[in-house]
Design a protein around this ligand. Structure first.
Ligand code: ACO
Length: 427
């Protein structure tokens, strides 16, 4: 018998199995707790709760480690491509050369959207936030691809996953094109996944668009850095939505909705807006003081993380990518200097040290994306594009589990106890 945990409630003692993962904290299996004690556990925000078993991604937040299927994010960002990392996340192993070529071909062949979907865009205001468009259009895919939505069939799940990964750049680029009033650009299957996305976003029919290799590489790396991040809020949303057997496209739309929030994917937009507001290094201290003030709701955006209590390993890669993009585009945004200085000042301040607040992936990504030419409203869209692979891989993992159950949290009820209805004229 493995390790056991004892819980004593009202004098009665029960044993609970301690389950071991391949690495990381053990978990106490409390599935029988309610049946045995009539009690629930209480953990709002899931700070101590493992919501599922997963073999995809591992994070050690104290050490600043992020592994996809065992491979460190730094090695993947340095040596892999987004397509290869996607294959790895979906299939568990790095592909052979043939497997990678075949995967890339499959994704490439699914990049076009049903033509009627273009009319959906025209229903939005031109100034609609592109994340609002993403929620709507990705959800609308549910109405178009009926041939692959039998979620009990692994082949159907695979086709839906490929469609989602393949169509997301087209959908995202169209959201951008719509907002700037330019014609939609169709995919060009000669280009790489990322090159194609850049062309669909920044190309115009009147001119030949040339993909700049350094920008393509930086963008691909940003996609790798955002590909998956274990059971974060949007991934848990996708799992919860999917646990009821919902349509996969609708589940990903739910993930996009969750990602939009400023505490999650919206933070890179918020971080860049904050850097612009700070402006010059001489104003940094004022904002640091505000972030430390309990009576001021202001927080340093791009700082802090629920899991990382050390430098986010993705932020390290992001910081070096800023310089590569600046060199390739021959730009030099003074906000980068402000960001570096802000990081330096914050990291030497006891408030941030004590609370273990370090830059996260979003701190530098806005500077790079802005240099490439994306407006801030597109930042979270790019995150959604990349995270789609994580979402579908996690969704697939969940649905493939024969013991999978609908997600149904319980609660600590603190509302009124039963009382009788009072007619309107008696109130
Ligand atoms: N600036 C100033 N203080 C902060 C910050 C910050 N960015 N983040 C946390 N703190 C403080 C809190 O005030 C709190 O202080 P207290 O204990 O004295 O009350 C303490 O640190 C812990 O903060 P919580 O909000 O309880 O930590 P939690 O794990 O719930 O939040 C979160 C994590 C939401 C990311 C938070 O750090 C934050 O709001 N950061 C800014 C937004 C951001 O960058 N989000 C991106 C996350 S990464 C991603 O989604 C890809």
């Amino acid at each position: 018998m493995g390790d056991q945990a004892k819980l004593s409630v009202g004098g009665a003692e029960n044993d609970y199995a301690v389950l071991k993962g391949s690495v990381g904290p053990d978990v106490i299996d409390i599935r029988k707790l309610y049946a045995q004690t009539g009690k629930f556990t209480f953990d709002p925000g899931f700070t101590s709760t493992a919501s599922c078993e997963s073999a995809l991604t591992y994070i050690d937040g104290d050490e600043g480690v992020l592994l996809h299927r065992g491979y460190p994010i730094g090695q993947l960002a340095e040596n892999s491509s987004f397509m290869e990392t996607s294959y790895l996340l979906l299939n568990g192993e790095l592909p052979s050369k043939d497997e990678l070529t075949s995967f890339e071909n499959t994704i490439t062949r699914h990049t076009m959207l049903h033509e009627q979907l273009a009319t959906f865009y025209r229903g939005f205001r031109r100034d609609a936030h592109p994340m609002a468009i993403m929620c709507g259009v990705v959800g609308a895919l549910s109405a178009f691809y009926h041939d692959s939505t039998d979620i009990s069939d692994p082949e159907h799940r695979k086709i839906s996953s490929h469609r989602l990964i393949a169509k997301m750049p087209t959908i995202a680029a169209m959201a951008y094109k719509y907002s700037v009033g330019q014609p939609f650009v169709y995919p060009d299957n000669k280009l790489s996944y990322t090159g194609n996305f850049l062309r669909m976003t920044f190309g115009v029919p009147a001119e030949e668009y040339e993909v700049i290799p350094a920008v393509e590489k930086a963008m691909d790396r940003i996609f790798i850095l955002h590909a998956d991040h274990e059971q974060n809020a949007s991934t848990s949303t996708v799992r919860l939505a999917g646990s009821s057997g919902a349509n996969p496209f609708a589940c990903i739309a739910a993930g996009i909705a969750c990602l939009w929030g400023p505490a999650h994917g919206g933070a890179n937009e918020a971080a860049l807006n904050m850097l612009k507001e700070i402006g010059t290094p001489d104003r940094i201290q004022h904002y640091i003081d505000r972030a430390k003030d309990k009576n001021d709701p202001f927080r340093l955006m791009g700082f802090g993380h629920r899991v990382y209590k050390n430098y986010d390993p993705r932020a390290t890669v992001m910081q070096s990518t800023v310089r590569e993009v600046f060199d390739a585009l021959k730009v030099n945004d003074p906000l980068f200097e402000t960001a570096l200085r802000l990081e330096e000042i914050a990291l030497s301040d006891p408030y941030f040290a004590e609370k273990k607040l370090f830059p996260n992936v979003d701190f530098y990504s806005g500077i790079i994306l802005s240099a490439i030419g994306f407006p801030t409203t597109m930042f979270t869209v790019l995150f959604a594009l990349a995270r789609t692979v994580g979402w579908v891989a996690q969704w697939n993992e969940m649905i493939s589990d024969p013991g999978q159950k609908i997600g149904r949290p319980r609660q600590l009820y603190t509302g009124p106890t039963q009382r009788d209805y009072v007619p309107l004229d008696k109130r």
